[in-house]
Design a protein around this ligand. Structure first.
Ligand SMILES: Cc1ncc(COP(=O)(O)O)c(C=O)c1O
Length: 413
């Protein structure tokens, strides 16, 4: 069914019905914008009434290649004709090739394929702890992992245990021990924390996404690398949101030419079709996993791997990273140069920005609703921050149009 057919079939009242269905039967763990999406293509989506929107959220960066990218769809369709799921009880003709291609992209020797981002993070935590006991020589059950204040790594009970966001954490105790915090960007505090011989890893986002696209000062990533090496602590970069082109590079760590010991990837790796996450590291680290110590029924399934390989092929040319860098520079420059009275800061790298509003500007959510009426899907993160993350395949004309909308709405005209 085409978008036009769908719009013929739908009416405004059906939009309200879809919303009512979710409200009545779904858990209320999200506060969606009032739009009912029925179709997507590239950077655009259409609602059930046929109204077109530009998607400036891209499923929190899972849609770096846009909606229904033709090459990714073709790979999925082709794999659907063969085999979709086997479990890891057998080998498949897809997993090894995916692992090889991701090892090549990350420059690492081994890969562990999982599903959601949170599972990737959980896997990295388990691997780091086991590495701590078996390789670093930390006494049993004493391993500590250093994390950052205002982190976002997912929603499992262990991960929310080390969240500093009360909304994400409160009410979900008892909490998993073994984590300590340092302020993001604070090298001195990190140096002190890593000196503890029980510390096995520093787990962090090279750019904090959910916190509001917080970019660390230049030199931070290099200093993190040096401190982790000095103290024999694993540097674990959660690049689930910042990686795969979003920040204008294959990985956000590339901005300072830094290589972590472990990459955690997810979101865009699954091409906007399948949940596909992965941990990439060398043998001396990932090799601590042996049969039975870790697993997932769906992890590394052939459908996800066929899609993931296509995504890795798209990243190999460097085209999407370049596009993110060039269009991102334009986006950030335009927003900064406008000197909007409602804006205190525009942070970002690549096609990824956090616009910090003044308190007088009113809630970020209200601006998202105004932008939605104009045909732009943008999401707030926290009360005063707008988060911009369009698909990296966005056309320049569409970006220009979106920037006009931002400037008009944020200047109050
Ligand atoms: C940096 C980071 N890590 C982990 C996650 C969790 O990923 P998922 O929602 O796929 O579990 C997210 C999701 O936003 C994220 O931004």
């Amino acid at each position: 069914m085409t978008a036009a057919d769908r719009s013929d079939a739908a009416t405004a009242s059906t939009a309200n019905e879809y919303i009512a269905l979710e409200q009545e039967f779904g858990a209320h763990n999200y506060h969606p914008l009032p739009v009912v999406v029925a179709h997507g293509e590239g950077a655009r989506v259409w609602d059930v009434d046929g109204k077109r929107y530009l998607d400036f959220l891209a499923a929190y960066s899972a849609l770096n290649f846009g909606h229904r990218h033709p090459a990714i769809l073709a790979a999925a369709r082709d794999q659907l004709e063969h085999v979709t799921l086997t479990s890891r009880a057998v080998f498949t003709d897809q997993l090894g090739a995916f692992e090889r291609d991701l090892a090549e992209l990350t420059g690492k020797e081994m890969v562990l394929a999982m599903n959601s981002g949170a599972e990737g993070v959980e896997s990295a935590i388990k691997i780091a702890r086991k590495w701590g006991y078996e390789v670093k020589g930390v006494d049993s059950d004493r391993a500590k992992i250093i994390v950052c204040e205002d982190n976002f790594h997912g929603r499992t009970t262990t991960i929310v245990s080390f969240s500093t966001d009360p909304t994400a954490r409160t009410g979900f105790g008892p909490y998993t021990p073994g984590f300590s915090h340092v302020p993001f960007g604070d090298i001195e505090a990190l140096g002190e924390a890593l000196a503890d011989p029980d510390v096995v890893a520093f787990l962090f986002e090279p750019i904090q996404g959910e916190a509001g696209v917080i970019v660390p000062h230049d030199g931070y990533l290099r200093a993190v690398r040096e401190l982790c090496s000095k103290h024999n602590v694993l540097m674990i970069a959660d690049e689930i949101q910042s990686g795969l082109g979003r920040a204008g590079y294959t990985f956000a760590c590339d901005h300072e030419g830094v290589t972590p010991d472990m990459y955690i990837l997810g979101k865009a790796l699954g091409g906007g079709i399948m949940p596909l996450s992965a941990v990439a590291a060398n043998h001396d680290i990932l090799g601590v996993l042996t049969p039975g110590t870790h697993g997932s029924t769906f992890g590394g399934n052939p459908l996800a791997c066929a899609i993931g390989r296509t995504v890795l092929g798209l990243l190999r040319t460097g085209e999407i990273q370049e596009r993110s860098r060039v269009l991102g520079d334009k986006m950030l420059r335009t927003l900064r140069d406008a000197g909007l009275p409602t804006v205190t800061a525009v942070r970002g790298r690549g096609l990824w920005a956090g616009i910090e509003l003044t308190l007088a500007a009113g809630p970020a959510r209200t601006h998202c609703e105004t932008l939605l009426e104009r045909g732009l899907i943008v999401k707030d993160t926290h009360a005063t921050t707008l988060r911009l993350a369009p698909p990296l395949v966005i056309e320049e004309d569409d970006l220009d149009w979106a920037l006009e909308q931002f400037l008009e709405v944020l200047s109050g005209s």
